[in-house]
Design a protein around this ligand. Structure first.
Ligand code: MRU
Length: 309
């Protein structure tokens, strides 16, 4: 993508407002921590690696205000990258901006490395790949993790089709992944989330997903619906591959049981882009993530290694 998802431009954080996609490409200019927290909470910026960069640049905006940094850290609980980006900049003895820009640059390099390593790992040609949520450049700085592998496969002429889950309730698959695949010129079809496990019995070569937090034992939190795909993939004998940077691995979290799962507003389930779906008074439960146990994961691909949990 030519427009970076998140960057530091002339003294401010600039980020693509992902709530406006695919209708409009709007770039927000953010100069305060509170506006950055608001952008994170409403998913204007989202995806674990992009949240890492947001956390890092947020420390620069905070200018030494520890209370503001604490609020930023709590903006979303599941993706470890947010706290990781904050802590790396806080631990840097010199200029915080220099540390934050290094995190930004490392993300770009890591995504290229993950793309190549993941594409090398997946065997075969004319591949049919299933994915969920959005793990593309929009979830990172300019190139994605799992969708970065898809992009590399496409560039190498090995991709037949992507089956992209729409990813209710906020439709990151339908709105964002479809937009990115379209811009790549990669062949894809959207499917409803509940079609995923069935379609895995119809000739899919691999499931490629991202991660928000990988516990020390390999259990992995990712977008709600990922666990169902992992179960379906195991039953169908389809490789289930997690693609994520080393910064998503959290050695301080021993297993998936210890990962905080974000509960989001019931309104996101009860409505669809402002249109009410359920009768008045209906209640809803809205866990944003689930945990896939390590024994269902064929491999975790990072920028520096392939881990087989
Ligand atoms: O709620 P979101 O859109 O931030 O959820 C994002 C995901 O679940 C992604 O799969 C994950 O952050 C990895 S992004 C490379």
């Amino acid at each position: 993508m030519s427009q970076r998802t998140i960057d530091w431009v002339d003294g401010a954080v600039e980020l693509i407002d992902q709530t406006q996609l695919p209708d409009r490409l709007v770039v927000l200019r953010i100069t305060t921590v509170d506006d950055l927290i608001d952008a994170i909470r409403r998913l204007a910026v989202r995806g674990a690696p992009a949240l890492g960069v947001a956390g890092a640049l947020g420390v620069v905006l905070a200018g030494g205000d520890a209370e503001a940094v604490a609020r930023l850290r709590a903006a979303r609980p599941t993706a470890v990258n947010l706290a990781w980006g904050i802590d790396r900049v806080l631990a840097h003895p010199g200029d915080p901006l220099e540390a934050a820009l290094r995190i930004r640059d490392e993300d770009v390099a890591a995504c290229h490395a993950m793309g190549a390593r993941g594409a090398d790992l997946i065997e075969g040609d004319a591949l049919r790949i299933m994915t969920i949520c959005n793990t593309g450049g929009l979830a990172c700085v300019e190139r994605g993790t799992a969708l970065g592998v898809v992009q590399t496969l496409h560039e190498r002429g090995r991709l037949a089709e992507v089956l992209a889950l729409e990813t209710r309730p906020l439709l990151q698959g339908a709105r964002l992944t479809a937009w990115e695949l379209d811009r790549m010129g990669a062949p894809y079809r959207l499917v409803v989330d509940s079609a995923g496990p069935y379609l895995l019995t119809t000739g899919v070569d691999a499931v490629l997903v991202g991660a928000d937090r990988i516990a020390a034992n390999g259990d992995t939190a990712n977008k709600i619906g990922t666990y169902a795909l992992a179960l379906g993939a195991r039953r169908a004998g389809v490789p289930f591959v997690v693609v994520a940077p080393e910064s998503t691995i959290d050695p301080a979290t021993p297993s998936g049981d210890h990962i905080a799962i974000e509960d989001r507003d019931a309104e996101e389930v009860l409505t669809l882009r402002g249109v009410r779906l359920a009768p008045p008074g209906a209640k809803a439960l809205n866990p944003a993530f689930d945990v896939t146990p390590h024994d269902l994961i064929s491999a975790i691909v990072t920028e520096s290694r392939v881990i087989r949990p």
